[in-house]
Design a protein around this ligand. Structure first.
Ligand code: PDD
Length: 286
């Protein structure tokens, strides 16, 4: 059964899906994206993802490619056509296709691509039960990482560096030693007295949707969240550390730059947050 992608108005075979060579996403990274988790046949937190898409598009003055309702239908349709029960759905909106010129083209239609991919929840669970390693890298991204643009070259390079070091994620660190976020995840620690700590979303990170939903979950579980910066040293000495994203949900971190976090095993709070996430997130049937 072939994979299917949505490209500018048509459902096409993934293997031959293509955009024009002068799509501004391709030439200038002039576009934005979203990734939603798909779990047990539901698209998770679609409302929040589309709200953030609206914000990203607004900041870059890119028009919605269609109505929000029509986009929701396409997301569900792509998930359905690919028989994704667990995995993710990806959407990308670029400013559109126009002759190469840095300034915004006049009257161009924004371009939309949607893909979906299956993944095995058993693999993710096994990874969560082992925990993942992270390395730290100096922050070298632009200031507007709060906008979810497809301009991800520093993230790509950091992630590759992590892979070569035998780690899963790279944490960007400011010159003052505080952790910003991962290359594709938000960063968290748990203090000795059981408080969750994560950097304020106004402070040079992407406001992750998983991060936002974790606030709802923490409240339900009676856990306190402190939104403040934390240093690499504090993370290494913490009771637990973990990362969050639509692609990883809650993933325990067991080592930072080769030093174990606590006893080097996944923390119980991270695992219980992971276990309850599905119950709290918004679920849209695909
Ligand atoms: N990344 N920070 C960065 C830099 C990210 O790229 C992401 C998501 C997050 C977490 O956001 P959310 O909880 O909304 O997924 C934080 C996606 C998954 C990606 O690039 O594949």
């Amino acid at each position: 059964m072939p994979r299917i992608a949505y490209v500018n108005g048509r459902y096409v075979r993934h293997a031959v899906a293509a955009v024009h060579i002068e799509d501004r996403g391709y030439q200038f990274a002039d576009g934005v994206y979203e990734v939603c988790e798909v779990a047990r046949g539901f698209i998770m937190d679609m409302t929040r993802h589309l709200d953030r898409l609206d914000r990203s598009l607004g900041h870059l003055e890119i028009a919605w490619p269609m109505s929000r309702k029509a986009l929701q239908t396409i997301l569900r349709e792509v998930v359905k056509r690919n028989h994704v029960v667990n995995g993710m759905v990806y959407l990308q909106v670029t400013r559109g296709v126009a002759g190469r010129d840095h300034v915004f083209p006049a009257a161009v239609r924004s371009a939309l691509v949607v893909t979906a991919k299956r993944s095995d929840p058993a693999v993710a669970l096994a990874r969560a039960e082992t925990g993942v390693k992270v390395i730290t890298v100096p922050e070298n991204r632009w200031e507007r990482v709060d906008i979810k643009t497809v301009g991800l070259l520093p993230n790509v390079l950091a992630k590759q560096k992590a892979k070569l070091a035998g780690a899963y994620e790279a944490w960007f660190v400011d010159p003052d030693g505080t952790v910003k976020e991962g290359a594709s995840t938000n960063a968290w620690i748990v203090t000795k007295d059981g408080k969750l700590v994560t950097r304020p979303a106004e402070s040079g990170i992407l406001r992750g949707i998983t991060r936002t939903t974790l606030f709802d979950l923490a409240a339900k579980m009676g856990l306190t969240i402190e939104e403040r910066s934390f240093s690499v040293a504090e993370a290494k000495a913490a009771r637990e550390a973990f990362i969050t994203a639509a692609t990883t949900v809650v993933m325990p971190v067991v080592a930072i730059d080769g030093d174990p976090v606590a006893n080097g095993h996944p923390g119980s709070i991270a695992l219980s947050l992971r276990g309850s996430f599905f119950d709290v997130a918004e679920k849209t049937r695909a």
